[in-house]
Design a protein. Structure first.
Length: 125
């Protein structure tokens, strides 16, 4: 039996200005008609598929990068009292090969930009 090893490639925890249920919906359906567009993909990226989820605290995406199909992005969400904010952690994992340092830096930077800049700004921040 082959043993699968999950590698954590990066993780970042930041606050989002919206409550967890709103952020969870934005992650579940980034192209929802009623929301502001935030998931702008590059030519080498594909829309993620939701692989698992438990509203409003957990969501797991497939890889954004076709050349890295074994990567996953896990989102952990929690209320951030006293206001309506949400603590959102993204964690990039893989069952595959750990990429080179330059590729790893790019993947981390890209996720951080999409989640902690584009998504955050979609809520007016």
């Amino acid at each position: 039996m082959r043993r699968i090893v999950m590698h954590e490639l990066g993780s970042r925890l930041r606050r989002q200005p919206a409550p967890p249920h709103v952020v969870w919906r934005s992650l579940r359906d980034p192209y929802e008609v009623a929301s502001r567009p935030w998931l702008e993909l590059r030519d080498d990226e594909v829309p993620p598929r939701v692989l698992a989820g438990y509203a409003p605290v957990l969501l797991i995406w497939s890889s954004l990068w076709p050349h890295r199909p074994l990567d996953r992005v896990r989102f952990d969400l929690a209320a951030h009292p006293p206001g309506p904010e949400c603590a959102l952690r993204w964690t990039l994992t893989t069952d595959g090969e750990v990429p080179s340092e330059s590729t790893l830096g790019y993947l981390r930077h890209r996720l951080n930009y999409l989640i902690n800049d584009r998504l955050r700004r979609s809520y007016g921040q």
